[in-house]
Design a protein around this ligand. Structure first.
Ligand SMILES: C[S@@+](CC[C@H](N)C(=O)[O-])C[C@H]1O[C@@H](n2cnc3c(N)ncnc32)[C@H](O)[C@@H]1O
Length: 231
């Protein structure tokens, strides 16, 4: 089985556990600041349309809609997570759509968006096709905001490559292992350049000034288009 398939299958298996972990606030880094940081980064943009890619059980869509009153959409490839999102927020707009379907051009409700977020939802080796597809769903001055593991917290050798999350911290054996691709900050920058996105800001989030990094928060926008020369 390819890692990509294994990754997608892990979420089918982990949907109930994941919903519980998020809703019962079992993930320490989320309580320490990563949830607040992504909400703040989005709300500060005052979006009128917001897309959460890989939205899971929908907490971020609910949080942003509550604070901004914007039209929000949540997409995820795992039907059980979208069902959980829709059941909790019956008036919200959630769709079961895989990243491959988005790349292939499946329509996304409420597009185009001012802000598209990936909150711990980019795990594949090649993220360029998805970033390119996401870019095509943005208004001209829109942004893509990504929160991900900080490279200082790599459980491996600090070089790009596959890792495996076993969710052991939850002390619950029912989790399926999830393969995910680690990339350095330079590798993220190279991916943005290949998707013709400009990295606007990079922020290493810490719980305390002298503490360890909690996450890496990056905001990307369209590359500025140089004025065309007329001969
Ligand atoms: C770590 S969870 C994060 C969920 C949510 N963003 C949050 O902050 O709680 C990763 C999410 O990415 C989704 N995902 C992973 N690979 C995907 C793919 N190829 N297509 C669509 N969704 C995918 C999973 O279903 C899962 O909901």
């Amino acid at each position: 089985m390819s890692r990509k398939t294994e990754l997608e299958n892990s979420w089918q298996r982990n949907a109930d556990n994941w919903t519980r972990a998020v809703r019962d606030r079992l993930i320490p880094s989320r309580k320490s600041g990563t949830d607040a940081a992504i909400v703040d980064a989005i709300v500060r943009r005052n979006p009128s349309r917001f897309l959460d890619m890989g939205c899971g059980e929908g907490w971020l869509v609910r949080a942003v809609t509550e604070k901004t009153d914007c039209l929000s959409t949540g997409l995820d490839g795992t039907a059980a997570l979208i069902d959980a999102a829709q059941a909790t927020d019956p008036d919200g707009c959630y769709r079961t759509l895989s990243y491959d379907e988005v790349i292939a051009g499946s329509p996304v409700p409420n597009a185009p968006f001012d802000v598209i977020a990936f909150n711990y939802a980019l795990f594949e080796e090649d993220v360029v096709p998805l970033l390119t597809a996401a870019k095509s769903l943005l208004v001209e001055n829109g942004v893509i905001i990504i929160q991900t593991l900080h490279p200082d917290n790599d459980p491996g050798d600090g070089k790009d490559g596959w890792r495996e999350e076993d969710f052991a911290a939850f002390e619950n054996e029912a989790w399926a292992k999830m393969p995910w691709y680690f990339r350095t900050t330079e590798s993220w920058e190279a991916a943005f350049a290949r998707a013709e996105l400009r990295l606007e800001t990079t922020y290493g989030l810490k719980a305390h000034e002298d503490g360890a990094e909690l996450s890496l928060l990056m905001t990307c926008a369209f590359e500025s288009v140089p004025p065309t020369k007329e001969d």
